[in-house]
Write a protein that binds this ligand. Structure first.
Ligand code: MOS
Length: 747
C-alpha cells in the first residue's frame, strides 16, 4: 500500500524531527555494550601475533616459551589451528575476501596474523605473544605503484565496469580550444574507527554466539557458517553498537574469525581485540591511486572532453580496486568521456571499501582538474562548474531521478560569500598577513538501494513493535529507523518498541554504500504499511466501526488511531479495533529493495557543493582550514540533526584526506611505518574551526517510496578537492599529491 504509507510519512510526527540519539544516554554513561564489553563466564583473552615481514614464510615460533608463560592457556599456530570446513582462500564470489586464518606458514603482507596466544588475562596473552620471537624466511616485497606487477582488474569497487567511454575522447581533446593534463596522487589510508575490530566468541556444541561489530550481520553469519560447516540458524551475531566502521566492518575480517577459532581450540569463550597497530593490515584500507586527467574545453568554457584514468594497487592475493574514475561517469557533461582503471599487485593487505570508496579519491583528483581547466579558460571555478555540470547522467544519458545541484551551488555560495572572492591566486590575506584561499568542489554519491526485511506488529494495548537486524555504526540508525517505524505505524516513538542490532531479527541487509536508511527504512515502511492495511481491513469492513466503508485507501494512521481522510472527526484507536476483533496483535513483514524499472529509467545520485577557506602562513607554509560550507541535496531528511552530523563527519574526513592522512609504507620491509594515531594523522577539533552543512530540500519520487538518499559518504567528496583548490588560490602552488603538507608548498 505505497500511498497509504507515503501519506503516513507526511502526516507523521517523527520523520523530519531533529531528535537526539535514542542511544545517546547509554553511550555517554557507559551503558551501551560494545563487543569488547562482553565478558561471558569463563572467558579467556586472545592476542594476535602479527608478521613483521611483508612476504615470505614464518620459519620458527618459540611456542614452548609462550606456552610456559604463567596464565597462557594455548598458542594457536598453523600446527594446531582448527581445520576449517571451507578454504578461506576460495573465491566463490567477488565479495568473499580471502582471509589469513593460520592454515599455513605463508606471509602475504605485514601485520598478517601468524599466531594467536590465549590466556587467562590480557597481560599474559600479550606477554605470551611477545615470547613467540618469530623468525622468517623473507622475500623482497613489492610495494608502490611503480615497482609492482601490473594486473588488469576484472571489475572495480563493488563490481563496476573498469572502463566506460562515450564518443571519441582523442577527437574531443584534439578539437578543444583549451586543454589540461595533470597527474594526481592519493596515498594509502587505513580505516581507524575509534573501536578497533573486536570479537567475543562462545561455542556451545555446534552453536556459536559472537559479539562483534558488524555492518552486515547476515553476511557475517553466512561466512561463519561456511567456514565452520555449521547451520546458519545455529549462529547468533550480536552487534547493537559499533564505534565506527567506515567499510572495514562490512565483511568479517580474518582476526574476527581467528577469535572464533581460538574459542573452538580452547573450548571456552574467548575475547580478541585488535591493537591499534594491528588495524594497519588485515582489516582493509583505501589503496593509493595515481590518476591522470586530461580535460578539454571550447572557447566559451564548455567541456569537450574528460579523460580520467586511475592506476591503483590491490594485494598479491585478492582483488579490490578503488573505483576512482567512476564518478567522472556521472557528474560533468563532457560530450566525449573516458573513464578507465589499471592495477598493480603489491604485498600489502587487501584494500577494501572505505567511506566513499572511489568517489573520495576520484573526486579529490577530478575537482582539482576541473579547477585547473576553469583557470585555463579564465572562468571562475564556481561558474565553470555551473556551466558544465550534467543535466542528465553523461555516461548513460538517463535523466536524474531528481537533482538539486544548482541549488546546492547557489545556497552554498551565498552562505560562504563566494562573490567576494578575488580571482587571482595570492590576492587575499587576513589581518595577520596570512594568505587566504577560497576553493569549491562538487560533491556526488550514488543513491543506492540494497535488500532488507523487517517485521512490524501492533499489539492490543495499542503499542507497536518493529524488528530489523539493522546496524548502528554511529550514524544513528537506532534513532532514524525508529522514526521511520513510528511514522510507518502511526505511533508516537514512546509507543514503539524498536528492536535491532542482532542477527536473529529479520535480515537488515548491510550498512554500506550510504544505503542503510533508504533500504532498512523501506523495509520497515513496507512492513508497517502491511500491518496498517490489515488493521484497516478489520475496521473498514466492520459495521460497528466509525471507519466502516472508508476503504483501505480512505484512512491513515496517526497517534495510535486510524482516521478517515474524508472526515477527520471520524477515527478509531488501534486498541478498540483489535479488541472488537478479538486479536492480541497483528503483524506483517516487509521488504526494501531497489525498483529495477525506476533504476532503468533514472540515474540516482545525491549531490552537493562544498566551499572551503584556508589560511596559509606565507613563510612557513602552515595550512589551516578556517571555514567549510557544504550544501547537500539527498532527498528526504529523516533526522536533520543526524544528517548534519553525517555531513560534518564526511567533510571532516575531506579535511583529513586533503591535509592529514598518509600511511607511509617502507618499501624495503613493506611495513606501514606510522601504524598509530600519534603518527597517522586525522583532524582534531582544532583542525576544523568552522563547519556548516546546509540541507538543500529535494523531493525524489523515484528513488524509493520514502524518497531517501544516503548521506553517509557524500561529505568527503567535493571537500578534499575544494581544499586543494583553496590552497592553490591562497598560494599559487598546485599540489597534486595528497596529503597537502607544508613541505610541498615550500619545495
Ligand atoms: Mo561503506 S565504505 O559502504 O561502509
Amino acid at each position: 500500500m505505497p500511498d497509504i504509507a507515503y501519506e503516513q510519512a507526511r502526516h507523521g510526527s517523527s520523520i523530519g524531527q531533529p531528535l537526539t540519539r535514542r542511544d545517546g544516554f547509554l553511550k555517554v554513561t557507559g551503558g551501551a555494550t560494545f563487543a569488547a564489553d562482553n565478558r561471558p563466564e569463563g572467558m579467556l583473552h586472545a592476542v594476535l601475533a602479527v608478521s613483521r615481514i611483508a612476504k615470505g614464510r614464518v620459519a620458527h615460533l618459540d611456542v614452548a616459551a609462550a606456552e610456559a608463560h604463567p596464565g597462557v592457556v594455548a598458542v594457536m599456530t598453523p600446527q594446531n589451528a582448527p581445520k576449517l570446513a571451507a578454504d578461506p582462500d576460495a573465491k566463490n564470489d567477488p565479495f568473499t575476501f580471502r582471509l589469513d586464518l593460520l592454515q599455513n606458514d605463508r606471509v602475504r603482507y605485514a601485520h598478517q596474523p601468524i599466531a594467536v596466544v590465549i590466556a587467562e588475562t590480557l597481560e599474559a596473552a600479550t606477554e605470551g605473544a611477545e615470547l613467540l620471537a618469530p623468525r622468517y624466511e623473507t622475500e623482497a616485497p613489492r610495494i608502490g605503484l611503480d615497482t609492482a606487477e601490473p594486473h588488469k582488474p576484472q571489475a572495480v569497487g563493488a563490481g563496476d565496469k573498469t572502463a566506460a567511454t562515450k564518443g571519441d575522447i582523442e577527437a574531443g581533446l584534439a578539437g578543444a580550444a583549451r586543454r589540461i593534463e595533470a597527474v594526481y596522487e592519493t596515498p594509502a589510508q587505513y580505516h581507524n574507527a575509534m573501536e578497533p575490530h573486536a570479537i567475543v566468541a562462545q561455542w556451545d556444541g555446534d552453536r556459536l554466539t559472537v559479539d562483534t561489530p558488524s555492518q552486515g550481520m547476515t553476511m557475517a553469519t553466512m561466512r561463519l557458517a561456511g567456514l565452520f560447516g555449521i547451520d546458519p540458524k545455529n549462529i547468533l551475531v550480536r552487534s547493537p553498537f559499533l564505534g565506527g566502521g567506515f567499510g572495514s566492518k562490512g565483511f568479517l575480517s580474518g582476526p574476527q574469525v581467528l577469535g572464533v577459532m581460538a574459542a573452538k581450540l580452547v573450548d571456552r569463550p574467548v575475547k580478541l581485540v585488535l591493537r591499534r597497530e594491528q588495524m594497519f593490515g588485515p582489516v582493509g584500507h583505501r589503496a593509493e591511486t595515481r590518476q591522470t586527467l586530461r580535460l578539454g574545453a571550447d572557447g566559451s568554457g564548455a567541456l569537450t572532453a574528460l579523460d580520467h584514468h586511475t592506476l591503483t594497487a590491490t594485494s598479491s592475493h585478492d582483488d579490490f580496486y578503488e573505483p576512482a574514475s567512476a564518478l567522472s561517469r556521472y557528474l560533468y557533461a563532457a560530450p566525449t568521456l573516458s573513464t578507465t582503471h589499471s592495477g598493480v599487485r603489491v604485498d600489502t593487505g587487501t584494500p577494501l571499501f572505505m567511506r566513499a570508496p572511489g568517489e573520495a579519491s576520484g573526486s579529490a583528483a577530478l575537482e582539482a582538474a576541473i579547477d585547473e581547466m576553469a583557470e585555463a579558460c579564465g572562468v571562475d571555478p564556481l561558474v565553470f562548474r555551473q556551466m558544465n555540470y550534467a543535466e542528465a547522467e553523461p555516461i548513460s544519458d538517463r535523466p536524474f531521478s531528481s537533482k538539486a545541484l544548482r541549488e546546492c551551488y547557489e545556497q552554498g555560495a551565498a552562505r560562504f560569500g563566494w562573490e567576494r572572492r578575488s580571482a587571482a591566486p595570492r590576492s587575499m590575506r587576513d589581518e595577520a598577513g596570512r594568505l587566504i584561499g577560497w576553493g569549491v568542489g562538487t560533491a556526488l554519491f550514488p543513491a543506492l538501494m540494497m535488500q532488507a526485511e523487517a517485521r512490524a506488529e501492533i499489539r492490543a494495548d495499542g503499542s507497536g513493535v518493529v524488528a530489523i537486524g539493522a546496524h548502528d555504526m554511529g550514524q544513528g540508525a537506532w534513532t532514524a529507523l525508529a522514526q521511520i517505524a513510528a511514522d510507518g505505524l502511526g505511533l508516537d516513538l514512546d509507543q514503539l518498541d524498536f528492536r535491532s542490532g542482532s542477527s536473529d531479527l529479520p535480515n537488515g541487509g548491510i550498512a554500506g554504500g550510504s544505503a542503510h536508511t533508504a533500504t532498512a527504512g523501506s523495509a520497515i515502511h513496507a512492513a508497517a504499511a502491511a500491518v496498517l492495511a490489515q488493521l484497516s481491513d478489520l475496521a473498514t469492513n466492520d459495521e460497528n466501526s466509525p471507519l466502516f466503508g472508508a476503504g483501505n485507501a480512505g484512512v491513515y494512521a496517526s497517534k495510535g488511531r486510524l482516521i478517515r481522510r474524508d472526515d477527520e472527526s471520524r477515527s478509531e484507536s488501534f486498541t478498540d479495533i483489535l479488541a472488537r476483533a478479538g486479536r492480541a496483535s497483528i503483524s506483517a513483514s516487509g521488504k526494501g529493495a531497489p525498483d529495477p524499472a525506476a533504476r532503468e529509467s533514472y540515474a540516482m545520485h545525491a549531490h552537493g557543493a562544498v566551499f572551503a577557506e584556508v589560511s596559509v602562513d606565507p613563510d612557513l607554509g602552515q595550512i589551516r582550514v578556517t571555514r567549510l560550507v557544504g550544501a547537500f541535496a539527498a532527498g528526504r531528511v529523516v533526522n536533520p540533526r543526524l544528517v548534519t552530523s553525517q555531513y560534518y563527519g564526511g567533510m571532516i574526513w575531506g579535511v583529513s584526506f586533503a591535509l592529514h592522512e598518509n600511511a607511509v609504507v617502507d618499501p624495503r620491509t613493506g611495513r606501514v611505518m606510522n601504524p598509530n594515531l600519534g603518527e597517522y594523522h586525522v583532524p582534531v577539533n582544532a583542525d576544523v574551526p568552522s563547519i556548516e552543512a546546509i540541507l538543500v530540500e529535494e523531493n525524489d519520487p523515484h528513488v524509493n517510496p520514502l524518497g531517501i538518499k544516503g548521506v553517509g559518504e557524500i561529505g568527503i567528496t567535493g571537500t578534499a578537492g575544494a581544499i586543494a583548490n583553496a590552497v592553490y588560490h591562497a598560494t599559487g602552488v598546485r599540489v597534486r599529491k595528497m596529503p597537502i603538507t607544508l613541505d610541498k608548498l615550500l619545495g
